[in-house]
Design a protein around this ligand. Structure first.
Ligand code: FAD
Length: 317
């Protein structure tokens, strides 16, 4: 079923979460066992992230270095099939512009539709660590709005190199990313919101936000989005902080602020165990306030580790 249909039918706030495919060479069973406890909260859908290629330099006998593309976390399509089969819930694969040609995207979408996937989250992706800024694939898309356009085109029977004939119509529900604290490359929040509008105009049906720790920022974001006339569901993304290193890394990686009162508490923590307790408590309070505000779904970034999210959900759902 479509994410938007779940939301329409729901009588209360839904619980959903995101997982990462395991690293290449690792088994899927650990991941599936790890997330099994979260099924208690009846998630209607589970997101599966996608990961573009990264580069390694292979040294040859003659001393020359060869740049080789490698995918550290392959398998998003297969994991979606495994999740749907094992837990009987919908899987929402993320699809990226970066690192993929339009043809690869078309083929992935055909495969996803064949296995029964009805929702996708359309994203641009980031530059690989070895590159300073995002460069689109030479036959790919530059912005997520273009990717949304391709997916929606297939919903209308439009395939690449087949402009004249109407093909089989897929029926994907397309989600896109939103940034309550603005995307790091955008010169202003208003600029970023106009680009969010472009994704909606291209056919996106719902928005999932980047994680945030200050609900006031989310409420202000929703207000601005609604003022623009965008009325599709906005799903907040949440993550319980669990380690000391995340206090530095989350703001650095995701370009977000930690509120002063959370920081004051975190600064008093002596070890990861203290941080985890505080992070879980903060996420519980954040979640409860968001439920009272009337969000359609609380979406947790589990990073494939279920225990902190489980404890939050136990208090909230
Ligand atoms: P876009 O919407 O294309 O925006 C990117 C930037 O370009 C923004 O600054 C925007 O303001 C600007 N922009 C957009 N359109 C235009 C235009 N026409 N002209 C000029 N500027 C423009 N990354 C992964 O690699 N894998 C994942 O699975 C993944 N999942 C994610 C899930 C969520 C919910 C979120 C919030 C992010 C996720 N990301 C993932 C990270 C995401 O790929 C990055 O944040 C990326 O930098 C931006 O993606 P986007 O889809 O928001 O891009």
């Amino acid at each position: 079923m479509k994410v938007t249909e779940y939301i329409k039918k729901a009588e209360k706030t839904l619980f959903s979460f995101e997982i990462l495919p395991p690293l290449k060479g690792q088994s899927l069973s650990n991941l599936l066992e790890g997330i099994a406890p979260l099924m208690e909260f009846k998630p209607p859908f589970i997101d599966v992230t996608y990961h573009r290629e990264e580069y390694i330099y292979k040294k040859h006998a003659n001393g020359l270095l060869e740049k080789v593309a490698t995918r550290k976390r392959p398998g998003t399509v297969g994991i979606c099939a495994a999740i749907m089969n094992r837990f009987k819930v919908d899987a929402v694969p993320h699809l990226l512009c970066g690192g993929f040609s339009k043809e690869e995207t078309e083929n992935a979408l055909i495969d996803l539709y064949f296995i029964g996937v009805e929702n996708v989250l359309a994203l641009r992706g980031d530059a690989p660590k070895t590159e300073a800024s995002f460069v689109p694939h030479k036959d790919g898309h530059r912005y997520a709005s273009d990717l949304v356009g391709q997916i929606v085109g297939m919903n209308h029977g439009r395939y690449l190199n087949d402009e004249t004939e109407v093909g089989f119509r897929t029926d994907f529900c397309v989600g896109v990313a939103g940034y309550p604290e603005k995307h790091f490359e955008a010169p202003s929040l208003n600029f970023d919101l106009k680009k969010l509008q472009a994704k909606v105009d291209a056919g996106a049906s719902y928005i999932v936000t980047q994680m945030f720790f200050d609900n006031k920022k989310f409420f202000a974001f929703v207000e601005k989005v609604r003022e623009m006339g965008i009325d599709i569901p906005i799903i907040p993304g949440l993550k319980p902080i669990t380690t000391l290193s995340q206090i530095v890394n989350l703001p650095k990686i995701f370009y977000l602020d930690l509120p002063d009162d959370l920081l004051a508490g975190l600064e008093k923590c002596k070890n990861n165990a203290d941080v985890k307790e505080l992070g879980i408590e903060w996420a519980i309070q954040q979640s409860k306030e968001l439920v009272a505000y009337g969000v359609p779904t609380l979406h947790y970034y589990t990073m494939s580790r279920a225990d902190a999210t489980y404890r939050v959900a136990k208090e909230v759902f």
